[in-house]
Design a protein around this ligand. Structure first.
Ligand SMILES: [Zn+2]
Length: 320
């Protein structure tokens, strides 16, 4: 295969990476049904001076791809001789689901509800445990990169605990369109890492299973801002073109009526209480039900799939 050879390793040993270099590794996390190693790609940049350790993860949901080129470009642009501290990048955390082009793990479970996993658990729990314990313990900061799920689209938004000064700064440095204050919840990579003392934020970069150039650039700029802020690299912090909208909470609105769903507002559009947001028609074209905003807010994400079973999602409303 072309390119630099990457050895298979059983564990990540940062001390084995020479200062001022970038290592490329295949980390074995489990074995498959043939007894073959299942590996994830890992990049480790070790600086020449002491500093923070920053973790970057993408494709924990296997069809959420925009974070992959963010991590690739960050390492491509990085001079480890001018780096203070260490960066660990995992461009594909959920390798089996990435290959299947699926969000969920092979057993149908969501790895981002199972962290930090269990060594004696189910297939997904064992995978989660192996990945989590391979790198999270060595981090000071973690940025976990996601997108919307299939059938939906997202703005560029950050989920972070805005009550913590460190994660608040990290969120603001991303220059997103929206920041949702969201104390870390159980089972997410961000939540489990936070419980281990790692300052963690989640970036939601657009839409699933595609690369979106503008969002990839925006994600890269935000992480580079964080690195400058943490003293890991020299440079200038790029200010936001427009201040992010800060939401104190957010929630999804659901359609209780099945049928053909049309969601009206655009991403990042401000809604007034009572504003019409969606309609459901039966397959003959008759209007069956309409939905209005229950309170004022901003559209963080929305459904773009017209085929709506009862209980389907309409839009993700952020409340300022
Ligand atoms: Zn995700």
């Amino acid at each position: 295969m072309p390119g630099v050879e990457a050895p298979i390793v059983q564990e990540l040993n940062i001390d084995a990476v020479a200062p001022g270099t970038i290592a490329r590794l295949w980390l074995q996390v489990i074995s498959d049904g043939l007894g073959q190693p299942v590996c994830i790609p890992v990049l480790i940049a070790r600086g020449t001076l002491p500093g923070k350790t920053l973790g970057l993860t993408a494709a924990l949901h296997g069809n959420e791809l925009n974070g992959i080129p963010v991590i690739q470009r960050l390492f491509r642009n990085l001079d480890p001789l001018r780096l203070s501290g260490t960066i660990i990048g995992i461009p594909v955390v959920n390798a089996p689901s990435f290959l299947q082009q699926e969000r969920l793990y092979l057993d149908g479970r969501d790895l981002n509800h199972l962290m930090p996993g269990r060594p004696e658990g189910s297939a997904s729990e064992v995978y989660a445990h192996s990945v989590f314990n391979s790198f999270v313990g060595s981090l000071d900061y973690l940025v976990d990169l996601h997108t919307a799920s299939s059938g939906r689209v997202n703005s560029f938004y950050v989920r972070a605990d805005m009550g913590n000064p460190d994660t608040r700064d990290a969120a603001l440095l991303q220059n997103p369109q929206i920041i949702v204050h969201n104390p870390p919840s159980d089972g997410t990579l961000r939540g489990a890492a936070t419980l281990r003392g790692v300052r963690s934020i989640t970036l939601e970069l657009g839409d699933p299973q595609i690369f979106q150039k503008n969002l990839i650039s925006a994600g890269l700029t935000g992480i580079q801002n964080l690195m400058v802020h943490l003293g890991m690299t020299e440079g200038v912090i790029v200010p936001p073109v427009q201040a992010p909208v800060l939401c104190r909470k957010s929630y999804w609105l659901y359609a209780d009526e099945g049928g053909i769903l049309t969601v009206r507002p655009n991403l990042t559009e401000f809604l007034e209480k009572g504003q019409r947001i969606a309609s459901v028609r039966n397959i003959f074209g008759d209007l069956v039900k309409t939905y209005d905003a229950p309170e004022a807010g901003i559209v963080i994400g929305k459904s773009v799939n017209p085929v709506n079973h009862s209980g389907g999602r309409i839009l993700h409303l952020g409340v300022v």
